[in-house]
Design a protein around this ligand. Structure first.
Ligand code: ARG
Length: 478
């Protein structure tokens, strides 16, 4: 259920109030807050990003207060009207944010009272900023995680298209960055696809787990008002109200969980970035990145640098740092709420922005890369990539695998000495290593033969790759 509906007209008998003391807790203090302390403790410079969530939460809270008889119909209309005005002011950049009002919550509430008078003062009934902020972050993050997940899906779709285009393209597969066995370039792209699929799953999990509503927990112990928490939760699209008020206002494990999922996803993107940088170098020359995603050098006219990939690799470090910041933020805190928690927002915002931006860049750049098929093929030919195939061939002729391994090792040493690839040796030369080698050996020594032989679930044979592309398309549909 959404709390947003038709536009509210200005109620007739509103009595706006002037702003007096900006502090909302001035009662027990004898001197004003030090100006430096005010700025030091304020969060409004960054938590204003939660404004829409804060307004949505307040609106639902007010609707519930009316339902249980704390607010009259007129008061609710005035609050809805005021919140709508505030939303517009914020969207139009006309809202006068005040550091003296500390955070987004008090800025919105103060403006509400200023706009609509007494009804505004009742909004905070049965609520504390502690359950308010814990709710706002959940609403905000839930929404942003959706954007991350869409970004992942867009990139995955692009990878499937690229994999389909290049399912039959042969490249050297590497272990230890040494040529290992030939693989389909499409298969390699599907490896990235799978990594992203798990990232998507982690975000989905984390969004589901965080979808419980803290409102009604108040400062930490719950509240004496008989709030209808189920109703507010339903209005805000939460699965249920939180079950423990102390936990609900104090833990930020859901932010940590998001930052962990973001760090893992960025780590994946960083590995891809590293491969893109390597492959686009003159030494590899496997791919060409689109010009619009590269930059030149101010001194060396020939240069085309893979800056976007390098930046994503660099940013992965920052996002991992954000995760560590949050873990450290949490680890020493006694229950329940502590002001430390205000520090949860900047790392979260930063991880969100970085992840969303990096996914967007890759979703556009990677599917547009040009593949140098000849270079990849030659590189696979040069690296004795079919040595395992020769061993497997001997096993089929009755040789034990360990013995076959030894035989092929000697054959490779011989080929290196001759400066030739295994497939370029004559049958006679090959038979020196084992008599059982026959003319049909050349089928398995070809790159195509090697690829096609791996026609097993998850293997690199183009037939399997095409199967996985189709299965992948089905999986990420809708
Ligand atoms: N700005 C605060 C935060 O981000 C809001 C909660 C303040 N609560 C309090 N008891 N001081 O955590």
């Amino acid at each position: 259920m959404s709390t947003y509906c038709a536009r509210i007209e200005k109620p007739k008998d509103l009595k706006p109030m002037s702003k007096k003391d900006s502090r909302m807790w001035g009662g027990r203090f004898n001197e004003p807050t030090d100006e430096f302390v005010q700025a030091f403790t304020a969060s409004v410079t960054f938590d204003r990003r939660l404004a829409h969530a804060d307004i949505e939460g307040s609106r639902a809270h007010a609707m519930m207060l009316k339902r249980i008889g704390v607010l009259s119909s007129d008061e609710l209309t005035a609050i809805k009207y005021g919140l709508q005005q505030i939303r517009e002011e914020i969207d139009n950049g006309k809202f006068a944010w005040s550091v003296a009002l500390e955070d987004v919550h008090m800025n919105v509430e103060a403006r509400l009272t200023e706009l609509i008078g007494d009804a505004g003062k009742k909004l905070h009934t049965g609520r504390s900023r502690n359950d308010q902020v814990a709710t706002d972050i959940r609403l905000y993050l839930r929404d942003q995680i959706e954007t991350c997940m869409q970004g992942i899906r867009a990139f995955q779709n692009g990878l499937l298209d690229l994999a389909e285009r290049e399912a039959h393209t042969i490249m050297p597969g590497f272990t230890h960055l040494q040529v290992a066995q030939p693989v389909s370039f499409g298969h390699h792209m599907l490896a990235w696809f799978e990594m992203l699929d798990r990232d998507h799953g982690r975000l989905e999990d984390c969004a589901r787990r965080m979808n419980q509503m803290p409102l009604g927990s108040a400062a930490l112990a719950g509240t004496s008002y008989e709030l209808d928490r189920e109703y507010t939760a339903e209005l805000l699209g939460f699965d249920m109200p939180s079950r423990n008020s102390i936990d609900a206002v104090s833990d930020r494990d859901f932010v940590i969980e998001f930052c962990a999922a973001a760090a893992i996803c960025m780590t994946h993107l960083s590995r891809m970035a590293e491969e893109l940088v390597l492959w686009s170098s003159a030494q590899f020359d496997f791919i060409r990145l689109p010009d619009r995603y590269c930059t030149g050098s101010s001194i060396m006219p020939q240069k085309k640098n893979p800056d976007v990939a390098e930046l994503v690799r660099g940013k992965a470090g920052r996002v991992s740092g954000n995760l560590v910041s949050l873990l450290m933020l949490m680890k020493g805190q006694p229950l329940a709420y502590n002001k430390d928690n205000q520090e949860d927002k900047e790392p979260m915002f930063d991880s969100l922005d970085t992840l969303i931006g990096s996914l967007r860049a890759f979703a556009d750049m990677v599917p547009a890369l040009e593949v140098n098929r000849d270079r990849m093929y030659q590189a696979a030919q040069k690296g004795y990539a079919t040595a395992t195939d020769l061993a497997d061939y001997l096993v089929q002729k009755g040789v034990a695998f360990r013995d076959a391994h030894e035989v092929v090792g000697s054959a490779v040493a011989f080929a290196i000495e001759k400066g030739k690839d295994l497939g370029a040796l004559t049958l006679k030369q090959l038979q020196r290593f084992d008599k059982r080698i026959e003319a049909d050996v050349f089928d398995v020594l070809s790159l195509e033969g090697s690829l096609n032989a791996r026609n097993i679930t998850g293997g690199t044979a183009p037939e399997q790759v095409m199967f996985q592309i189709n299965a992948g398309r089905e999986r990420i549909k809708g």
